[in-house]
Design a protein around this ligand. Structure first.
Ligand SMILES: [Zn+2]
Length: 86
């Protein structure tokens, strides 16, 4: 049994998801593509935003937003800037 050490080797702690993010898709480069629900106050309710490149889009309903985020995550190879890690 390993003892707890003074310098534990922590797995990288995932940052908490930003408010409103209902789904995240990981690109092959490790950047998150966030799907945000802006609630019904917003006409373009669902936003997708890539953490590695400037890709952003807005959708009226969640299904096309999910498809966009999924499709983008599959092809985006941009690396997230380390200082943007939230
Ligand atoms: Zn991207």
């Amino acid at each position: 049994m390993p003892e707890s050490t003074a310098t534990p080797q922590q797995p990288p702690t995932p940052a908490p998801w930003p408010d409103g993010v209902i789904a995240r898709y990981l690109t092959v480069a490790g950047a998150p593509v966030d799907l945000t629900d802006r609630t019904e106050e917003s006409y373009w309710r669902y936003d997708t935003a890539c953490g590695g490149c400037p890709h952003k889009d807005s959708f009226l309903s969640v299904e096309p937003a999910r498809r966009d985020a999924q499709a983008h995550a599959e092809r985006c190879r941009a690396l997230p800037r380390p200082e943007d890690a939230r």
